[in-house]
Write a protein that binds this ligand. Structure first.
Ligand code: NAP
Length: 299
């Protein structure tokens, strides 16, 4: 059985690593903040003192950290994964990072005989806990096929995008374009309903059927009413992803007006110190602009 290394025991990573451990794979982990690894260690995972140590103990190394610079640091930095790999070690980067960084890291890994897959995910911590993520994969098909059993443990849907690294992370950006804009649209709908005197719960109710039905309302609408902005997917992370989407649009000359507006509102939420909150806190920015507050009235 392949020995797995897992780096990045955050909101998502902790559930993903747990599934692999529960499936019987020998698991070695590292996280920048050691305390977050406690539960996994108690469940039977081993600790390594660095990403390099993880790679030395593993046949497949999975990284699940915040962004491009974090992935680069844990994989290519001092004490990083590539200092501990052997020829043939497989690297899977599952964070949502910029496609150009996926390609750059893959190039540096290839020089060491390490094939890499960029395999970001859709879902949220609850979906990760249920083992029902969506995974989209760029990189060599042969490596993808070798990793199929691992992806099967984590995912309800796996989409192989293409041989070229960065294709997985590009599809992820396209996915998050829809999610970010949908959450912003849901926020606008909730603010408008509050302002015109319709109980926002009724917006949730009516959009549970029909063409306006959206996962953004299903997951975020009830949270908005409870004013629960605890992070499922943070404003910082959504802002990061839409920044990359806008860059991609710029590169290919594609006009993305709704994405640009959403990105700006996320920036406002960040400027108010809310980057750590769930990205549905864009609601609060729109509430202030409209001078209203969304709450269920029961009427
Ligand atoms: N949450 C979601 O709903 C969701 C859904 C799909 C995809 N994603 C993507 O999945 C990735 C992880 O997200 P998450 O929600 O699990 O985030 P998170 O809870 O903030 O976890 C981020 C992880 O990255 C580590 N990290 C950050 N910067 C680092 C650095 N410079 N060096 C080493 N480690 C570093 C953190 O370590 P510490 O514990 O020390 O901070 C933590 O383990 C992101 O790319 C995100 O966009 C998230």
């Amino acid at each position: 059985m392949q020995r797995i290394g897992f780096i990045g025991i955050g909101l998502m990573g902790r559930h993903m690593a747990r599934h692999l451990l529960d499936a019987g794979y020998p698991l070695t982990i590292w996280n920048r903040s050691e305390e977050k690894a406690r539960d996994l260690l108690a469940a039977g995972a081993s600790w390594a003192d660095s990403p390099k140590g993880v790679a030395q103990a593993a046949d497949v190394v999975i990284t699940m950290v915040t962004d491009s610079s974090a992935s680069e640091q844990v994989i290519c930095g001092t004490g990083g994964v590539l200092e501990g790999t052997r020829v043939g070690t497989i690297l899977i980067d599952m964070g949502s990072i910029a496609p150009e960084m996926s390609r750059s890291i893959a190039g540096r890994a290839r020089e060491k005989g390490v094939p890499m897959l960029d395999a970001p995910v859709t879902g949220n911590p609850k979906v990760a806990q249920a083992g029902k993520l969506g995974i989209m994969v760029g990189g060599p098909r042969e490596t993808f096929e070798k990793c199929g059993p691992l992806f099967d443990i984590l995912a309800a849907k796996i989409v192989y995008v293409g041989e070229q690294n960065g294709m997985g992370t590009t599809l992820k950006l396209i996915n998050n374009l829809i999610l970010g804009v949908a959450i912003e649209a849901v926020s606008e709908a909730m603010v408008l309903s509050a302002k015109v005197g319709i109980d926002p719960q009724k917006v949730i109710d009516i959009t549970s059927v029909g063409g306006a039905r959206t996962g953004a309302m299903e997951t975020r609408g009830p949270r908005m009413l409870k004013r629960d902005f605890s992070p499922g997917f943070s404003t910082d992370n959504m802002y990061k992803d839409l920044s990359s989407v806008i860059k991609l649009g710029d590169e290919y000359g594609v006009c993305l007006p709704a994405t640009s507006t959403t990105w700006d509102i996320l920036r406002a939420a960040k400027s108010r110190g809310n980057g750590g909150m769930d990205s549905c806190c864009v609601l609060t920015v729109l509430e202030d602009l409209a001078q209203t507050q969304v709450k269920a009235t029961g009427s």
